[in-house]
Design a protein around this ligand. Structure first.
Ligand code: PLP
Length: 224
């Protein structure tokens, strides 16, 4: 979970912006809305950017906070649950003043017509969006349940489209395990380069149930 005190401790008169990610990467945990209120309310001169790249999977949003605070800027992407990563499109939510600043600095032609049309039509297709969320959450639950049953793996519950696993008890380091899985066609994220994590953490992402089953099979094979 977010170490809230460490945020407050590192704020100084020079602080202009605080970046927070909820659900967070790579932990998959949500930041409590009251914590966000506290940080924004106590630091009115600081812009609080909340990255909600995965908010659909958590079924929680902080967008109501932009009506309460003019120093909160929520950023979102269409690359995740909406499946438009190649279109390079996302959006932000904030009070009028912040949006106006964004207009001042944005390139004149910042989006292609094609990505705009794709985004608009995806937003209209609520059935697709709901299905995408539903299937994602189903995959997450399946992976969590199955990985939990495997000896030596310690998986953390996630509100995102991935989950963090501690592999220390398996006798593999994350990079060794990632390499063995790679040989069998599976790519997991070795999290050794993440600040604050040691060499025993991997992150896996949700897939289709069929792919999940294959992954679990290969994972067990490698660990045995
Ligand atoms: C994927 C992601 C984004 C946005 O990615 P784009 O494809 O550049 O829109 C932003 N933040 C986090 C934490 C992400 O995982």
């Amino acid at each position: 979970e977010l170490d809230v005190d460490s945020i407050f401790d590192s704020i100084s008169p020079k602080t202009k912006m605080i970046f927070l990610c909820s659900p967070n990467n790579p932990t998959g945990t949500l930041i409590d809305k009251e914590v966000l209120r506290d940080i924004a309310g106590k630091n009115p001169e600081v812009l609080i950017v909340i990255d909600e790249a995965y908010f659909e999977y958590s079924e929680v949003t902080n967008k109501d906070l932009i009506n309460e605070f003019d120093n909160i800027f929520i950023i979102r992407t269409m690359s995740k649950v909406l499946g438009l990563a190649g279109m390079r499109i996302g959006y932000g939510l904030a009070c009028d003043e912040i949006i106006e600043y964004m207009h001042r600095i944005k390139p004149v032609f910042s989006l292609t017509r094609l990505s705009f049309v794709a985004a608009l039509n995806t937003f209209r297709d609520t059935e697709y969006i709901n299905q995408s969320i539903e299937k994602g959450i189903e995959s997450r639950q399946y992976l969590y349940d199955e990985v939990s049953k495997i000896d030596g793996l310690n998986v953390f519950p996630s509100k995102s489209n991935f989950m963090l696993i501690n592999v220390k008890q398996t006798g593999f380091t994350a990079s060794e395990l990632a390499l063995e899985l790679m040989k069998k066609g599976i790519i997991v994220r070795d999290c050794t380069s993440f600040k604050g994590l040691d060499e025993y953490w991997i992150r896996i992402s949700i897939c289709t149930l069929e792919e999940d089953k294959k992954f679990i099979e290969i994972l067990k094979e490698v660990l045995n």
